[in-house]
Design a protein around this ligand. Structure first.
Ligand SMILES: Cc1cc2nc3c(=O)[nH]c(=O)nc-3n(C[C@H](O)[C@H](O)[C@H](O)COP(=O)(O)OP(=O)(O)OC[C@H]3O[C@@H](n4cnc5c(N)ncnc54)[C@H](O)[C@@H]3O)c2cc1C
Length: 373
């Protein structure tokens, strides 16, 4: 069996590792260059994401990821201004119910992606923008790329994120709604803000500060093991640039509307009654990792006819707080299905159909709110 994956994001790369380890030929086509574009600073990784990584990645990659996660996050704190000081005024357990986060740990997103890319040099083709596909008479699928390249395989997987070109052609009725909301995300070195008391106040838990009219999400990432040390121990093949100059930091995220975009300083000037500690965090942010991310919505889709083209992750369902975990879980489930077909234990279309049924059931908002496993 040969599989083409469009998109070298969290889901596409997890799938590529899983298929390769199962001896299935896979090629990943990625629109961006090797460095990619800023995709956010950190990621709350829960049991779904970790389980998928353990199933799909080589053991040394898993060890590298796990060694560099932050501490356990069991609850989400609410911070407010109490007589001029930031204080914890509420704590909500992370139980995964009603859209709440599940327990997990914080990962440095660029590092996770670099680990996922390690060892896939011969699999990932960068600068290859997918344009369209065609069915062939023999049941296989041919993919066409912007630079004139084509490739043919038994299965085509759209892991190409919210703007998925695979989904646009394959499921043209799916509409992605832009909510108009944006989140500006940045990272401020812990050493710079240690004197503010905030890192001690929130520990490893995610926190939401509500001060005056401003709402800001915060999370302290204290690497379990310094990435540079973990690389040496677990994954020397990981490029040294991926671990250079990474230090513990405070991740901050500020909701903004598309009308109120600008540099962090400009956005912050428009914030209502900013607290001095929050202002310092934004003022000292690392400009190079600051990113503005778009919040979209995809309404749940009824089942579609099964073919050798399928989709995973943000290409078909969106969940800004945990969509990466869902993308990695999809990747693992699709890997399982394709391995069953490759070994002749299931018909290919039955395997893809079973994957899609489970994916739809567990990943669209109404069912994910019930915290499916
Ligand atoms: C503000 C914010 C915070 C978030 N926080 C979290 C969190 O804490 N935890 C969590 O689990 N999730 C979080 N998410 C969600 C998470 O970022 C996504 O769900 C996740 O990245 C989806 O992975 P994916 O592999 O489906 O797509 P992506 O990671 O988006 O990867 C898609 C890839 O496809 C490539 N591509 C696109 N079009 C083409 C094309 N035509 N040809 C070739 N390649 C193409 C892209 O360049 C990209 O590399 C957050 C999202 C937002 C907006």
């Amino acid at each position: 069996m040969r599989v083409i994956v469009i998109g070298a994001g969290l889901g596409g790369l997890t799938l590529a590792h899983g298929l390769r380890r199962a001896g299935i030929e896979v090629a990943v086509y990625e629109r961006d260059g090797v460095l990619g574009r800023p995709q956010g600073v950190s990621l709350h990784v829960d049991d779904r994401g970790i389980a998928a990584l353990r199933e799909c990645l080589p053991p040394a990659h898993v060890a590298m990821v796990e060694a560099t996660l932050g501490g356990a996050r069991e609850q989400t704190l609410t911070l407010s201004d109490v007589e001029g000081e930031l204080a914890v005024v509420a704590a909500r357990s992370s139980d995964g119910m009603s859209g709440r986060a599940r327990p997990g740990r914080q990962a440095h997103r660029p590092l996770l992606r670099a680990v996922l890319l390690t060892g896939l040099d011969d699999v990932v083709r960068f600068g290859a923008e997918f344009r369209r596909f065609e069915w062939r008479a023999d049941g296989r699928v041919r993919a066409f790329f912007a630079d004139g390249r084509t490739d043919t395989a038994d299965v085509l997987v759209g892991a190409d994120g919210v703007g998925s070109a695979v989904r646009r052609q394959y499921l043209p009725d799916v509409r992605v709604a832009d909510t108009g909301r944006r989140v500006m995300m940045g990272a401020t070195p812990l050493g710079v803000v240690a004197g503010l008391g905030l890192p001690g106040l929130i520990g490893d838990d995610p926190a939401v500060a509500r001060v005056g009219g401003t709402t800001m999400a915060l999370g302290v990432l204290r690497f379990g093991c310094r990435p540079v040390v973990a690389r040496e121990k677990w994954l020397p093949a990981l490029g040294s640039h991926a671990v250079a100059e990474i230090e513990d930091y405070v991740m901050w995220a500020l909701p903004v509307t598309k009308e109120r975009l600008g540099s962090p300083a400009e956005v912050w000037r428009q914030a209502d009654e900013p607290h001095p500690a929050l202002r310092s965090i934004v003022a000292e942010t690392r400009q190079d990792v600051t990113a503005v991310l778009r919040i979209g919505v995809i309404p749940p889709m009824p089942a579609w006819p099964v073919t050798p083209v399928t989709v995973l992750g943000d290409a078909i369902h969106l969940a800004p707080g945990f969509g990466g975990n869902l993308a990695m879980r999809d990747a693992n489930r699709l890997r399982e299905a394709l391995v069953e077909a490759d070994r002749g234990r299931l018909d290919l279309l039955d395997a893809i159909g079973a994957y899609e049924d489970t994916m739809r059931r567990d990943s669209f908002p109404t069912s994910s709110a019930k915290a499916s496993a």
